[in-house]
Design a binder for this molecule. Structure first.
Ligand SMILES: [Zn+2]
Ligand SMILES: [Zn+2]
Ligand SMILES: [Zn+2]
Length: 490
């Protein structure tokens, strides 16, 4: 089965996060968007932990769901319209979204004479393991009350060591690895390699998160990532932003172990079984890991859904306050000192990539359009899963209506599309364009088509400023406003 997963989110207990980031709201949005698996996120925070404990129940191995008394069945199944129209194009989830336990932890420490600020995602196989890790962090002096994404003085390597010590099925995935201030490869306080950051424990890093400002193809160019999984999640601070990046898995059933196997990759997972790591005993209770009952399909990553990396906040280099934006070309010519204030620019993802990439991995991307005009990006060597680049549906609808993502008009059209065509993922990836047009008019359909095909213009983001998407370039006008007026007042 395909499992659409967003495993980097934040709760209302993290700084700068919407008060709407509660478990029931996350579930509601997940259904609209077509996300099957979420993270509870922020599980180190004591108050949030209480909410998790009172609102979730176990629903599989390392898998949790909202308790039935909290669930609103209306929020969890397809609308009548989508039911009536039921086919593969309208695949709004019939089972409620599930949760696993992953969270983000910020490590601030000194290594090699340099201040490091690194964000990591920690995935654990159960609530019990999560509680043990929280306890261990507190006993080492961490303050878990201040922020849902706690800041600890422990190095990334020590954190990895701690979580593996508590349960070696845990996984540490470096978050948004390219961002200048908190990424493991970040220009400001990161490292030159995973090896440098994690030393002899680097082999326990089985995957990385791309972050919004990089796409998989950029990561394919890094030597040490050739054997690691490339994951994409939204890092949403508000419900509307959920699912803006996603990883789609193939699993036998939704379980933590299947997720772990998919992230580790078949080869590595099989190897760990042969070698026999010390948690082998724990695994044997799982019948699917017995050689005689090997599952038919290996859990794996099928594809990722990406933001256009130019839309991310750190794609180019620059200074926001000085209004200076440098692409890699300008940096090559002029260096990375700001011509306005004379200080060093915030060096973005593209610049950093040039420093770390291995040229032998350049040019391995192919693109292919499918029957609904969606452009798939594939690895010519077949080593990495393919991916697609998308713009959130609300943004498409907003631009189509010369409006904002906050306007009621935009929200109404978005809702009508979801009600009639399935989920946001369906509309962006699968729904035949004529169906999109029928629900929302030719202009929105044209916008979806352009986004599927990458026929859009982006002013790249830099120094914390999001890139600006233009689906319709200036002057390239709108088949006037032949767009049928929507009647939404029913
Ligand atoms: Zn982060
Ligand atoms: Zn985050
Ligand atoms: Zn400046």
């Amino acid at each position: 089965m395909q499992v659409v997963a967003d495993l980097h989110l934040h709760s209302k207990y993290s700084r700068a996060v919407s008060q709407n980031m509660t478990l029931p709201t996350m579930v509601y949005y997940a259904v609209q968007k077509g996300i099957d698996l979420l993270t509870v996120s922020d599980w180190t925070h004591p108050l949030w932990q209480k909410e998790i404990g009172s609102q979730l129940e176990e629903a599989g191995e390392g898998i949790y769901q909202l308790k039935s008394e909290i669930r609103n069945p209306k929020h969890e199944t397809a609308s009548n319209a989508a039911d009536a129209n039921s086919n593969d194009q309208n695949s709004k989830s019939k089972t409620p979204p599930r949760f696993i336990f992953s969270t983000e932890i910020s490590s601030i420490y000194t290594q090699g004479g340099k201040l490091r600020r690194i964000h990591n995602l920690v995935f654990v196989p159960s609530v019990t393991v999560a509680e043990k890790i929280s306890k261990a962090l507190v006993s080492r002096g961490a303050n878990l009350n201040a922020d849902g994404r706690p800041i600890i003085g422990m190095s990334a390597k020590d954190l990895l060591s701690l979580v593996l010590e508590i349960d070696d099925r845990s996984m540490l995935i470096p978050a948004h690895i390219w961002t200048p201030h908190f990424g493991i490869y970040g220009s400001a306080s990161g490292f030159e390699s995973l090896e440098e950051a994690f030393g002899d424990l680097a082999s326990h890093i089985h995957g990385i998160e791309t972050g919004l400002s990089s796409d998989p193809e950029m990561n394919w160019q890094i030597e040490e990532l050739q054997t690691r999984s490339i994951l994409s999640f939204s890092d949403a601070h508000s419900p509307a932003k959920m699912g803006r990046e996603l990883t789609v898995f193939e699993m036998e059933e939704v379980s933590y172990e299947q997720l772990r196997r998919a992230v580790m990759g078949n080869e590595k997972w099989e190897m760990s079984r042969v070698v026999g790591s010390r948690d082998e005993g724990k695994r044997t209770h799982n019948p699917s890991s017995h050689p005689d009952t090997q599952p038919k399909t290996h859990p794996r990553i099928l594809y990722t859904v990406e933001f256009y990396p130019e839309e991310g906040k750190y794609h180019f280099s620059g200074h926001r306050n000085c209004k200076v934006v440098f692409g890699p070309e300008e940096i090559r010519k002029q260096g990375s000192i700001c011509p306005t204030c004379g200080k060093r620019l915030t060096e973005g993802v593209l610049y950093r990539l040039q420093q770390l990439a291995d040229p032998i991995y350049l040019g391995r991307e192919n693109t292919k359009e499918n029957s609904v005009g969606l452009l798939w990006h594939t690895d010519t060597r077949g080593k990495f899963p393919p991916y697609v680049k998308l713009v959130p549906l609300l943004e498409i609808v907003a631009e189509a209506g010369d409006s904002t993502v906050f306007s009621q008009k935009t929200k109404n059209i978005f809702q009508k599309l979801i009600d009639e065509c399935g989920t946001e993922i369906d509309v962006l990836l699968k729904t035949p364009i004529e169906n999109v047009a029928r629900s929302s008019g030719e202009r929105v359909a044209d916008g979806v088509q352009r986004v599927r095909h990458g026929n859009i213009v982006i002013d790249p983001g830099y120094d914390g400023e999001y890139g600006k998407i233009e689906i319709w370039k200036d002057g390239e006008e709108k088949e006037n406003d032949a767009t049928p007026q929507l009647t939404l007042d029913f």
